[in-house]
Write a protein that binds this ligand. Sequence first.
Ligand code: PMT
Length: 404
Amino acid sequence: MPALTNKKILLGISGGIAAYKSAILARRLIDEGASVKVVMTSGAQAFIQPLTFQALTGNPVHTDLLDPAAEAAMGHIELARWADCILIAPATANTLARIAHGMSDDLLSTLCLATDAPLYVAPAMNRLMWNNPATTANCQTLAARGVQFFGPGTGFQACGETGSGRMLEPEEIRDALIHALNAPTNDALAGKRILITAGPTREAIDPVRYLSNHSSGKMGFAIADAAASMGATVTLVAGPVSLQASADVKRIDVTSADDMLSAVMGEVSDNDVFISVAAVADYRLEQVMDQKIKKSADTMQLSLVRNPDILKSVSSLPNRPFCLGFAAETENVEVHARGKLKNKHLDMIAANNVGQKDSPVFGSDTNALDVYWPEDGHSSIESGSKQDVAKALLELLTKRLKND
Ligand code: PMT
């Protein structure tokens, strides 16, 4: 899954020659799955036309604080609320100074005041301007408020001088943003060892055919990445999916439910938490054919036997970890989820409604969950990217672990 899938990025462009590179940056962010809206200062428009960004992002470019059309609906507040983060590239000395001093007489500086989304800046200016004590003080003020700086780099500058103050290359800014957005927001799971299953299992029929389901692994991988970013040591047992887990997740690839059970049982003893996100096939062939089955008859029957219940096998262990199960339901979500919570002896269960045609869960980039535990009460995690839902679920888990 692209690293910025479903991220809403407000790209602020201020007036420096590096503004031409921001067009490539916008493209690179979109390539990673982000939605990008652009805000340009009047200085930026002297270097590059808004139309370039409109064409690249597919969104209108915002340039004026007092735009009569947009202001009827408090356009700048809407824009500030929309953004998951603001990235200013290039960030000139003037723009940094204005933000540091809380100015709000143009759209970009007003947005920076009107948001609580994280702010990232990629400075670009002449080396003497960058090293000037006024700029240094402004940057220190911003850094103390949590603004993150990408660069600047050192090298040949458009003004003909060489030194510090070059804007980083678009790809470097993109990578720094991906890293910053995925960095731990807290270390609430530090010291915890978490074992997670994800994806479908595949049950062979013959050498070329199998039974499976539509799980893409996205929900489980998002939980694995989020848990690692919250400081946990994560092992991910993944069914056959084409997803990349983050580098700090230990991944074990498996195919069938039996393989998944063996991998889980081999790992579980060291773990504090087991999160069973995999859509394990409930049945497998009683007998897998050695040779490809020939289509000789009009109908055929397959004899199936129950697969082991991996989650129940873990929750039945004498020294079991905290067990968080999932329930994929199409009706009576709470009743069925609570039934599984009880029958599988779980500490917590996250139910997703997979019966809605307009918002499928299997394979999609979004989800919503209702989470239950053995006592009364429950918590709803509203619809959002699987990454956001994963973080919210792990925050709930963290609270339950503290109560445990
Ligand atoms: O992978 P995605 O495309 O992102 O989709 C995510 C998802 C829909 C697969 C995920 O959110 C989800 O709901 N996973 C559980 C799916 C499921 O199999 O639900 P279930 O109600 O059949 O199983 C209940 C629980 O028992 C689950 O935690 C399951 O992992 C576990 N189980 C089920 C059967 C079995 N033989 N062994 C198990 O461990």
